[in-house]
Write a protein that binds this ligand. Structure first.
Ligand SMILES: [Zn+2]
Length: 276
């Protein structure tokens, strides 16, 4: 239904855009499955995100906040590098993305992964929560899963449709340039909008499997969210959106642990064999 409305709005202004039903990922052992409706193409979402990412990096750099701690950067990148190959279990193209991982010095308890694998981790997240590697893998797995499921593209599609709705009323012509501006706005809006409960659940479950397959203890997701909950309302958009469903989130994760713990044990055994 929602999709229909977006398509109508878009159709009014361009007459060409298709509202495509897709499944961005395979279900995996955790069984995530939901048909998604996209108005913005994957390429458009990635381009807009890459631009925004560059802008954020430049701003951080100008303030002397980008990758200031070499050891921390290396730690975050080492964990991410173990997670990325596991994305192939959910979608074949993701290992070919232009992945990028950076750390920004900031008190914010935050981390995100934009479409196409552009990751930023804030030092506040690691410092304030005193994250172990397993917990950091849980956060990164969760954020990467938002990108695999293309939750931002879904949010951009919604924002884009709504913006088009406004622009149709205000300007009947000149969609060329305006279209590009709208896409930028949509990217900005999508990054700032909180994820829905459903998006959060999908990211939790796929994240569990990515971490387990990479040899990180998936049970760390529980201690991570406990730490997050103990911090109260001091998180940012991404983590605030989880509140106040902490108990339900815990239950959901608990229920899926039995399906990923064997994957974790297998990964650990394989790792051990390599060293023996
Ligand atoms: Zn999330």
């Amino acid at each position: 239904m929602k999709c229909l409305r977006y398509c109508l709005l878009a159709g009014l202004s361009m007459g060409l855009l298709a509202c495509t039903p897709v499944q961005t990922t395979r279900p995996g052992a955790v069984g995530v499955s939901r048909t998604q409706y996209m108005l913005v193409s994957e390429q458009e979402a990635e381009q807009a995100s890459a631009q925004l990412y560059l802008q954020i990096k430049r701003q951080a750099q100008a303030k002397g906040q980008l990758n200031q701690d070499a050891a921390l950067l290396q730690r975050v990148r080492a964990i991410t590098n173990r997670l990325i190959p596991q994305t192939a279990y959910f979608r074949a193209d993701a290992t070919n993305w232009k992945w990028e991982v950076n750390v920004q010095k900031s008190d914010e308890v935050n981390a995100w992964c934009m479409p196409g694998g552009k990751i930023m981790v804030y030092t506040g997240l690691i410092d304030k929560l005193r994250l172990t590697d397993d917990e950091l893998a849980a956060v990164l797995g969760h954020e990467i899963s938002h990108a695999l499921r293309e939750h931002s593209r879904e949010k951009m599609s919604r924002a884009y449709a709504q913006n088009i709705g406004v622009s149709v009323l205000s300007a009947a012509t000149g969609l060329g340039r305006a279209g590009a501006d709208l896409m930028n706005t949509a990217a900005n809006v999508a990054i700032q909008l909180p994820n829905s409960r459903e998006d959060e659940q999908e990211a939790d479950y796929i994240g569990l499997e990515l971490a387990a397959r990479a040899g990180y203890d998936p049970r760390a997701a529980l201690t991570l969210w406990d730490k997050m909950a103990a911090l109260g309302n001091k998180g940012t958009v991404e983590f605030l959106s989880t509140h106040p469903s902490d108990a339900r989130r815990r239950q959901g994760i608990q229920a899926r642990l039995p399906s990923v713990i064997p994957l974790y044990e297998a990964a650990r055994a394989a790792e051990k064999n390599k060293h023996d």
